[in-house]
Structure formats: structure tokens, C-alpha cells
Write a protein that binds this ligand. Structure first.
Ligand code: S3P
Length: 432
């Protein structure tokens, strides 16, 4: 499905973006691991997070408040308990987070076998990054060509390990934290750089012993989890598309409300601040261990920036938007240390560079990032999403800011994280 996005008038008004995808996946999985019923407020209705609900149902959890037409504001999950998932074949669809997190829970069971598979893009997403450390813990796993899905998991006794992740990855860390709950002894995980910590926060709220110490996170075996109630804030990564659009479209004045402001997610805001963006952030407190608040954006004159190091994992999903903003900034922006971007729903170093270059941006992929010569803005043209939701929405925002408009081929991919994206955009263009 193709859609056209023409140079637009201002984005104005107030919007609450959809619930957080990362937090929703974890909410469903941890509720399924829990004893009794967990209420989840604000579960995301998207293709990816529905895959997780279907998966936990296949494992024996009961989900109330979800049908084909929608997801209620509060859903209830009756868990199977930490040691209760039934053997099953799981279709993860396009959800890399489900593919990487779930095996950690399954690997440490006393009995059972599971197979995880998904769509064509999932079949290219490496799982050796979880399989190798899980094997060190004693897990029994098999994957295609030693590194790709389908992934087969057989129940096995696990032991705690001390492990240094080769790359900062919240998915790998979360998988091993789940495995650590079922292992004998403590598991300690050190990351080269900090990545998002939603799993740690939610496990602590559910009664698990998870502790951060000297740059590492430790987890002790658990008998039971009792999540009780989980609240999902609005997704910073979905808000980010409108943040950048409002920065670049003259006359905009946009407020995004209820947005998750976990500092391990908001790296984009510090990068944009360095580029000269004037963005106001107002905290609204913390619920369920996750801070949230309002973000007000008005257009600003941008300058180029060097982006790399510790801020990369904190902005990993927003780096294509940094590249888009950099097309409008004075000077040359370099994004480095971001080779992980090549291992997302698409190779985003390649797909984001290709998209922006096709629209007239002076954008070049590098081995571990993107180099953008700014100042020229974007002419417009056509973009292929390559089935990647974030590239589809990048194309849409590029269209609004371009001189001639952008045709996005494969816009339907947006439904993986943000099914209402086009409707929300239309409402902001009408003034909120
Ligand atoms: C995610 C972590 C990130 C991110 C992905 C979601 C998560 O991946 O890119 O969209 O929910 O844990 P990595 O942790 O593998 O970098």
C-alpha cells in the first residue's frame, strides 16, 4: 500500500501517542509469568504487541479485554506462573523483541519444547546473540545456520552466569534476566553501554530481586512474580516522529502528552538539544516505575552534531529521524558507533540513507552509521519502507518537510507499532 505525504501546514494541538511497544511486550510476558491476575492499563494495539498476546495465550495464559476489533483501556492477564508455560509453536510475526525475550523464560523450564518463527524479516534477525549466553547457562537451543530463526528451545536446568554482553542490547539483557529468574545462583550482566531498562523496573515491581551495581545488573532466582498492576506510558519512539515533524514544519506548536520519559529512551531529546532545538519537557510523575510527561515542540533553527558513544543505545530507534533532522541542519552531522542499526526490522543504516538520498538529501551510509551534509533540506520523491514501520513513518515525516512531497511505498508497515499514525497526523494538521 502506497501513501502520499505533501508539504504541510503546521502541526498544532495536543496528542497522546499510542502506548509504548517495548513496555507492552514486557507487560504481557511478565503478566504471563505471574501468579493470578495482572491488570495492564494502556496495552498497545499493534501487530507486534498482538503477536505477544497470542504467544502468551499459546503458553496457557488467559487474556481478557482483547478482540479482533480492539483492545480495552485495561486488559487482564491470568498468568501461568514462572514455571508453568505449556509447550507450543509460537509465531512472533515481525516482533524482534518477542523473538529475543521469550526464549529466556522458556529455556529454564522443567519440561516442554517450543519453536519460535516469524515473517521474512524475522528470519533475517540474528538469535545467536541470545543463544550463546543462554547455552552458557545450560540452555538447549537450536537455530537455523547456527544464528537465525526458526529457534527451537527445549526445557533444561539453568545455572547463573556472569556475562559481558558484546553489544548494548536491551533485548539480550532482558532475555538473560528472565533466564536468571529460573537459574540456580545469581546471574550478573555487564553491558558495554546502558540500554533501556524497562525489564529491570517491571521485574522489581513484580517482586523480583534485580539490582544494578557498578554498571552491571544482577538477578537472583525467583519463586514467584506478582506484577499486580502495570501501567504503560505513551511510546516515546512513536512521539519522536511528531517531535521531528513539528521541529521542521514552520508555524507548528505541538504538545505530546503522557509520553514515557525513561532516560534510557530519550536520547533523541539530548541530541536535538545539541542541534539547537528548543523543546520543553515537563515531567508528570512516575507510574508503575516508569516516568512520563509532556513534550512541547516548536520549530527551531538546527545545526549539525556529532552523534555516537553512550547516546546511541538511548536513541537507537530514533537515529533515522536524527538523520532526517540533520538534512535541515547547518553543517555536516555524523552518526557513529551505530552498527546495531543494521540489525533492526531492516538494515536501517542502508534503508534510512537510501530513503533520504532518494529525496534529495546529501546522505551517505558508513560502516557504523550515517553521514549527512545538511542545509539543503529535502526535495521529495518516492521512498520504499522495505516493510519496516519506522522507515515508513520516516518517509511520511520527510514528505511533510519536503518541497515536493513524498510517496511512501509500503506505508501499511506502520501498523507494526503505530496503526493510527496517519489518522493522528491528519488530526494534528487540522489543529489537534
Ligand atoms: C527493544 C530494544 C532495542 C530496540 C527495539 C526494542 C526492546 O533493540 O531497537 O526496537 O524492546 O528491548 P536492542 O536492545 O536489540 O538494541
Amino acid at each position: 500500500m502506497a501513501a502520499r505525504f505533501d508539504p504541510s501546514g503546521p502541526l498544532r494541538g495536543t496528542l497522546r501517542p499510542p502506548p509504548d511497544k517495548s513496555v507492552s511486550h514486557r507487560a504481557a510476558l511478565i503478566a504471563a509469568m505471574g501468579e493470578g491476575e495482572t491488570a495492564i492499563e494502556g496495552y498497545l494495539d499493534s501487530a507486534d504487541t498482538r503477536s505477544t498476546l497470542t504467544a502468551i495465550e499459546a503458553l496457557g495464559a488467559r487474556v481478557e479485554g482483547v478482540d479482533a476489533t480492539g483492545i480495552e483501556p485495561v486488559i487482564r492477564v491470568r498468568g501461568v506462573g514462572l514455571r508453568g508455560p505449556a509447550g507450543a509453536d509460537i509465531d512472533v510475526g515481525n516482533a524482534g523483541t518477542l523473538l529475543r525475550l521469550l526464549p529466556g523464560w522458556l529455556a529454564g523450564q522443567e519440561t516442554g519444547a517450543w519453536a519460535l518463527d516469524g515473517d521474512d524479516s524475522i528470519r533475517c534477525r540474528p538469535v545467536d546473540r541470545i543463544a550463546e549466553p543462554l547455552r552458557l547457562m545450560g540452555a538447549r537451543l537450536r537455530c537455523r545456520d547456527g544464528r537465525l530463526p526458526p529457534l527451537r528451545v527445549e526445557a533444561a536446568p539453568l545455572r547463573g552466569i556472569s556475562y559481558r554482553l558484546p553489544v548494548a542490547s536491551a533485548q539480550v539483557k532482558s532475555c538473560l534476566l528472565f533466564a536468571g529468574l529460573l537459574a540456580a545462583g545469581e546471574t550478573r550482566l555487564a553491558e558495554p553501554l546502558s540500554s533501556r531498562d524497562h525489564t529491570e523496573r517491571m521485574l522489581v515491581a513484580a517482586g523480583a530481586e534485580v539490582e544494578r551495581q557498578d554498571g552491571a545488573v544482577g538477578v537472583r532466582p525467583a519463586v514467584r512474580l506478582e506484577p499486580g498492576e502495570i501501567v504503560v506510558p505513551a511510546d516515546f519512539s512513536s512521539a519522536a516522529f511528531f517531535v521531528v515533524a513539528a521541529l521542521l514544519v514552520p508555524g507548528s506548536d505541538l504538545t505530546l502528552a503522557g509520553v514515557g520519559l525513561n532516560p534510557t529512551r530519550t536520547g533523541l531529546l539530548s541530541i536535538l538539544a545539541r542541534m539547537g532545538a528548543e523543546i520543553e519537557v515537563e515531567g508528570e510523575g512516575e507510574r508503575g516505575g516508569e516516568p512520563s510527561g509532556r513534550i512541547r515542540v516548536r520549530p527551531s533553527q538546527l545545526r549539525a552534531a556529532e552523534v555516537g558513544g553512550a547516546e546511541i543505545p538511548l536513541a537507537i530507534d530514533e537515529l533515522p529521524l536524527v538523520a532526517l533532522a540533520a538534512c535541515f541542519a547547518e553543517g555536516t552531522t555524523t552518526i557513529r558507533d551505530a552498527a546495531e542499526l543494521r540489525r533492526k526490522e531492516s538494515d536501517r543504516v542502508a534503508t534510512a540513507s537510501e530513503a533520504l538520498a532518494a529525496l534529495g538529501g546529501r546522505v551517505e551510509p558508513t560502516e557504523d552509521g550515517i553521514r549527512i551534509e545538511g542545509g539543503g533540506g529535502l526535495r521529495g520523491g518516492a521512498v520504499d519502507s522495505h516493510g519496516d514501520h519506522r522507515i515508513a513513518m520516516l518517509g511520511a515525516v520527510a514528505g511533510l518537510t519536503s518541497r515536493q512531497g513524498v510517496e511512501v511505498e509500503g506505508m501499511d508497515a506502520a501498523a507494526v507499532s503505530y496503526p493510527g499514525f496517519e489518522a493522528d497526523l491528519a488530526s494534528l494538521l487540522r489543529g489537534g
